[in-house]
Write a protein that binds this ligand. Structure first.
Ligand SMILES: *Cc1c(COP(=O)(O)O)cnc(C)c1O
Length: 362
């Protein structure tokens, strides 16, 4: 069997080996300037090239027009859970929060501190499987200032593949675990955010793609570090940015481009997830609780019918070089996170292991 170790961690998650090798090679003496990338000023012309490249690659990959600003923020996606209502609302306003799983629910809870969020549960259970209502069936409020939703629920393994088509509404998407995993039409959104540690790079930095038109809403009383207008005006350098993560993101974006862009990864991710779901569905040993229409292509969750074997499954998987498959504690079971950096060979090794384990222990 393949001796290579495959890391299925949900985040911080695996990065392309090519990128890590590049970081390793240039870590002590970046670009032959005699200093490490983590030792130079974020305001130096050398660093400026990195951030220009990062923005340029991202714009190309997602066809982001000049109508949008790209901000590189701190505080993770959870920071955005606060920043969004603080920037876009006052205490009397309301916003629609679509609940499709753990993270979208957390975003709603945080928003409660700053406004009246409308909790809109779009989960429906059909034969024990969770399904997400079609967008046309979402019970939106006419007076809501924006709609917040999460197209890929990292913990639940639930995805909304549909794209929003709501007229005259501000649409906000938490793409933390799905940005660059498939094609999206950025123009359908007013704000897209994604913390880096899933599909984009190391932890510490969060990408915010925001329509310049809504920057005007920025509320002056919020902390400057969360104020979009301020972050935009200071070129994402109001305070010292996470230079290392920013640098690695630029390398990951370059790698995505080189591999064939989002089209390449969309196909690959579909293939990887299909292989896993087929393995689960074709067995009487494993099961998954998500309706086929809403299965994530990034985070594949599954359970063993015989829960007594959970511990053994994990330890045998570890021994075989398949690491970090344990599901999130709020839902248990197992989860294979298969972001862009996970090659098909990793998923093939996992499915072969699963079949073998089933054969031995059923
Ligand atoms: C991981 C994750 C978050 C939380 O990200 P932090 O950077 O830890 O704040 C929020 N939303 C989604 C969809 C996630 O996957």
């Amino acid at each position: 069997m393949d001796k290579k170790i495959y890391n299925f961690s949900a985040g911080p998650a695996m990065l392309p080996e090519e990128v890590l090798q590049k970081v390793k090679k240039s870590f002590l003496n970046w670009n032959k300037i005699g200093a490490s990338i983590i030792e130079i000023s974020h305001r130096s012309p050398e660093f400026h090239i990195i951030i220009q490249n990062a923005e340029q690659y991202l714009r190309e990959l997602l066809s982001i027009s000049d109508e949008y600003a790209i901000l590189f923020c701190q505080g993770g996606a959870r920071g955005q859970f606060s920043a969004i209502p603080m920037n876009l609302l006052n205490q009397l306003n309301c916003a629609d929060y679509i609940d499709s799983g753990y993270w979208s629910y957390q975003a709603m809870l945080e928003a409660k501190k700053y406004c009246f969020p409308n909790h809109i549960n779009v989960k429906k259970y059909v034969n024990g499987k969770v399904m997400i209502l079609k967008m046309e069936k979402w019970l939106l409020h006419t007076h809501a200032n924006y709609i917040h939703y999460c197209p890929n629920e990292t913990i639940d393994g639930v995805a909304i593949h549909e794209e929003p088509n709501f007229k005259d509404k501000i649409i906000i998407g938490d793409f933390s675990s799905s940005l660059l995993s498939r094609n999206i039409n950025v123009n359908k959104y007013d704000l897209i955010y994604a913390s880096a540690q899933k599909n984009l790079g190391p932890a510490g930095i969060t990408i915010v793609i925001i329509k310049k038109k809504i920057l005007k809403y920025s509320n002056p009383y919020i902390p400057s570090i969360l104020n979009y207008k301020n972050i935009f005006a200071s070129h994402s350098m109001f305070n010292t940015p996470v230079t290392f993560s920013w640098y690695v993101i630029s390398l990951v974006l370059q790698w995505v481009k080189k591999k064939g862009g989002i089209n390449f990864f969309e196909k690959l991710n579909y293939k990887k997830s299909k292989l896993l779901y087929q393995t689960i569905d074709n067995s009487n040993f494993y099961f998954n609780t998500v309706h086929p229409n809403n299965r994530s292509h990034m985070n594949v969750t599954f359970y063993l019918k015989d829960q007594n074997l959970n511990h053994l499954f994990l330890s045998k998987a570890n021994e075989s070089g398949l690491i970090f498959l344990k599901g999130h504690k709020v839902i248990g079971g197992f989860r294979a996170s298969i972001y862009n950096a996970m090659p098909l060979s990793g998923v093939k090794k996992l499915t072969a292991f699963m079949k073998d384990f089933e054969y031995k222990f059923r």
